[in-house]
Design a protein around this ligand. Sequence first.
Ligand SMILES: [Zn+2]
Length: 291
Amino acid sequence: MHAILELAKKKTVIFDGAMGTMLMASGLPSGQSPELWNLEKPAVVAEIHGRYYDAGSDVVHTNTFGGNPLKLDGAGLVGKAEIINREAVRIAKSVCPRNKFVAGDIGPSGKFFKPLGDATPESVQEAFREQAEALKSGGADLISIETMFSLQEALAAVRASKAAGDILVIASMTYNRTKKGFFTMMGESVKQCASALEEAGADVIGTNCTLGSKDMVDLTGELRAATKKPILVQPNAGKPLTRKGITTYEQSATDFAEDGKRIKDAGADMIGGCCGTTAEFIRELAKTLSS
Ligand SMILES: [Zn+2]
């Protein structure tokens, strides 16, 4: 059994919080590709990972959320996918304590499938395969696919990651809350996603982003009912507030951590944070869950 699944049998596995939020606080200009800093400012990226490990994270995500070749091409980083992903793993590994983990992060391709856009499942899967192979050959302990709002795209990412070799794969979907329950942007239900992702080979079923920790308590219950696989839950720091074009999150770290306890009780095996969460949130979460 993978060491992270062994750990999950003993305790709630703590993931990290947002990378983008921390990079912007470290001076990343808005509009610049965060992945470029794996090449240009590796020390800043390493320091952020280090702060999460110090705060109590058992796992951190590599700075490769937008590191698939389709997204990088759009950011003017043509042909850089392999070096960016390998470097990202090297940077995280350089500060990873013994018995802790580095998850290779895979985010959305940024493309829509036909007829909404021009992407095909094959072209997207090929892009994810290139990224997954670079993450795996760079030494990632597992792959974490996240913020997927289309099941079809998430399945392409799971299949691509499994094709990259023998590696544990987490697949997290992003849901919206409606009067009828939780659904992806494409209208897929929690049950539908969990079953299909499992069938495609995902080892851990997750959810992240968009919803805050309060909504994710209920969502965790639905996920728990939908799968027997371990569950990863990564809420945002409450609801975003946009004022004069600047987005902030007003939830306190202690409030987030209290909800973390309820998320655990609802059935989550692994918990981290998404947009707006910082090392302080993870520190409070780790403290609350261990007490
Ligand atoms: Zn997010």
